[in-house]
Design a protein around this ligand. Structure first.
Ligand SMILES: CC(=O)SCCNC(=O)CCNC(=O)[C@H](O)C(C)(C)COP(=O)(O)OP(=O)(O)OC[C@H]1O[C@@H](n2cnc3c(N)ncnc32)[C@H](O)[C@@H]1OP(=O)(O)O
Ligand SMILES: O=CC(=O)O
Ligand SMILES: [Mg+2]
Length: 528
């Protein structure tokens, strides 16, 4: 197929790929790459410099140089765009054909169509996920399962609004190169959607809407804003048509929430509390700083511990001060066939959503269609007929940098049970990811790239800080981790040899002295 000068596609061309890899979409990728990729790389280097400063005893704080933005009460973000006024329940999930139909039909107000945490960015998933979105928007999507069950969309007015989550700034797309360099996964996912299905959304009275993941600073938000302006001008659509909700899911970003809204204000549709990546980022940011930033077993860190509470309270306060939606995070419990486990899962999700609704969030996330009604019911009990509670400005909330940094007072212990859970989840997740599944249920919980990052980072942190386990009194050493890895693999179904690739990837990201920034980076290298 014809491609713009300097752009090469190294991935195979499957059936109908030309409907997504259109000349216009490819031209946009080349334009965005040439104008923005050098800055993207500089911003990734700035992340490395910050990590080095933190390792040398530095800290995180609100930025003095942007104080003017925080104290200027005059600015607001754009009013909610069509289809985004009422977001009391949003479902998330990957963009394969069946899940696309199920998510759109689920009764949720919005669907986060995921190219990030819940997705394995294989070339076929990258392109076919976009094709599925195009078919859904054109209402030509259908699906027949192997068991003969057929799937079709409900009428348009019953479908969730589509919000696409492109990959984070750190992820490359090796199958599309411009001027001999691999491109940014973020810009590829963004351009392919906005130049195809996203444009169709405008014709339908909606718009190309996005969730922006894993940002670490307002300068990264500025880069996205510039991408939006370039794309809107390129496509001849008015500025402000594109809308984006930013996930506040890194530790540094929690100190720049207001600045992030400001950078994107013309295109902003709010902030989301991405709790799992946030926890991962807390571990990652201070991983070499001994016990001051040591989290207990992953499952003991709830949303009510002081540092997590400070983060969500500040998020609601910041959003509503600026007229932006505040969207809650993911309770990882999913329905189970075991009635007792199922009941506990529903109770925990109800408690989580009730806390969020009472705190002022305008809506929240669920991972499974079976949880949609529950979340809707909880938020409706607080919102009633109002589409949101933007009027709850939460002026009572006062959160300091010290509150956000107060990890030390988190109750709980580091245990061998926690170590075993982290090892088993990490290996099982990587096994699924390398096989093309970016989200899976493990031990009755939804696991995705964010939750798996917590597991492998905890193992790294405990190992590299000589942590003593409360239940056994043992110190976490390389020998102990190696033994636990073998024992946990032996408990999994099938031949232990089948897990070799996942095991090696896990060891690379959980024990190697050089900490990998993201587990998906070495995993992506291994994928083909
Ligand atoms: C940290 C974060 O970023 S959270 C956001 C990213 N993570 C996610 O989006 C995870 C989303 N959830 C999922 O992917 C899935 O729920 C899983 C993988 C955890 C479990 O999926 P399954 O094992 O298929 O669960 P289960 O068998 O109970 O599913 C029942 C039905 O619901 C469907 N379903 C389950 N979850 C979803 C979903 N999120 N979206 C659409 N449909 C779904 C299944 O396709 C299945 O459909 P069927 O009955 O027509 O065959
Ligand atoms: O993307 C969401 C998260 O919790 O991570
Ligand atoms: Mg995340």
């Amino acid at each position: 197929m014809a491609t713009p000068d300097g752009l090469t596609i190294t991935g195979p061309m499957g059936e109908r790929y030309d409907e997504v890899l259109t000349p216009r979409a490819l031209e946009l990728i080349a334009t965005l790459h040439r104008q923005l990729d050098a800055r993207r790389r500089e911003l990734l280097e700035a992340r490395e410099r910050r990590v080095a400063e933190l390792a040398q005893g530095g800290t995180l704080d609100f930025l003095p140089e942007t104080e003017r933005i925080r104290t200027d009460d005059s600015w607001r973000v754009a009013p909610p765009a069509p289809g985004l006024e009422d977001r009391r329940v949003e479902i998330t999930g990957p963009t394969d054909r069946k899940m696309t139909i199920n998510a759109l039909n689920s009764g949720a107000k919005a669907w986060l169509a995921d190219h990030e945490d819940a997705n394995t960015p294989r070339w076929d998933a990258v392109v076919e996920g976009q094709l599925n979105l195009l078919d859904a928007i054109n209402r030509t999507i259908d699906f027949t399962a192997e068991n003969g069950k057929t799937y079709a969309l409900k009428p348009d007015d019953e479908l969730a609004t589509i919000i696409v989550r492109p990959r984070g700034w750190h992820l490359p797309e090796k199958h599309i190169q411009v001027d001999g360099r691999e491109t940014s996964g973020s810009l590829v996912d963004f351009a392919l959607y906005v130049a195809t299905a996203g444009l169709r959304q405008i014709e339908k009275g909606l718009g190309p809407y996005f969730y922006l993941p894993k940002m670490e600073s307002h300068l990264e938000a500025r880069l996205w804003n510039d991408a939006f302006v370039i794309a809107q001008d390129f496509l001849g659509i008015p500025r402000g048509t594109i809308r984006a909700t930013v996930l506040i899911e890194t530790y540094p970003a929690a100190f720049e929430m207001e600045e992030i809204l400001y950078e994107l204000r013309e295109h902003s549709s709010g902030l989301n509390a991405g709790r799992w990546d946030y926890m991962f980022s807390v571990i990652k940011s201070f991983r070499t700083r001994g016990t001051d930033f040591l989290l207990p077993d992953r499952n003991a860190v709830t949303m009510t511990v002081p540092f997590m509470r400070a983060y969500t309270e500040l998020l609601v306060r910041t959003c509503h001060k600026r007229g932006a939606h505040a969207i809650g995070g993911m309770a990882a419990f999913i329905p189970s066939k075991d009635e007792e486990v199922n009941q506990a899962a529903f109770e925990k999700v109800r408690a989580d959503k009730t806390r969020e609704a009472n705190d002022g969030f305008d809506g929240s996330w669920v991972a499974h269609p079976g949880m949609v009604e529950l979340c809707k019911e909880v938020f409706t009990s607080v919102l009633g007929d109002r589409p949101n509670q933007l009027d709850r400005t939460r002026e009572d909330v006062q959160v300091s940098a010290a509150d956000l940094l107060d990890v030390a007072s988190t109750p709980g212990e580091c245990t061998e049970a926690g170590l075993r859970n982290n090892v088993s989840v990490g290996i099982q997740y990587l096994q699924a990811w390398l096989g093309g599944l970016g989200a899976v249920g493990i031990f009755n919980l939804m696991e995705d790239a964010a939750t798996a990052e917590i597991s492998r980072s905890q193992v790294w942190q405990w190992l590299h800080n000589d942590v003593t386990l409360a239940d056994t009194g043992a110190t976490v050493t390389r020998e102990l981790v190696d033994r636990v890895v073998e024992e946990e693999i032996a408990k999994l179904p099938g031949d232990p040899a089948d897990y070799e690739e996942a095991k090696q990837t896990f060891l690379e990201v959980a024990v190697a002295d050089e900490y990998a920034d993201f587990l998906t980076l070495p995993a992506y290298e291994r994928m083909d």
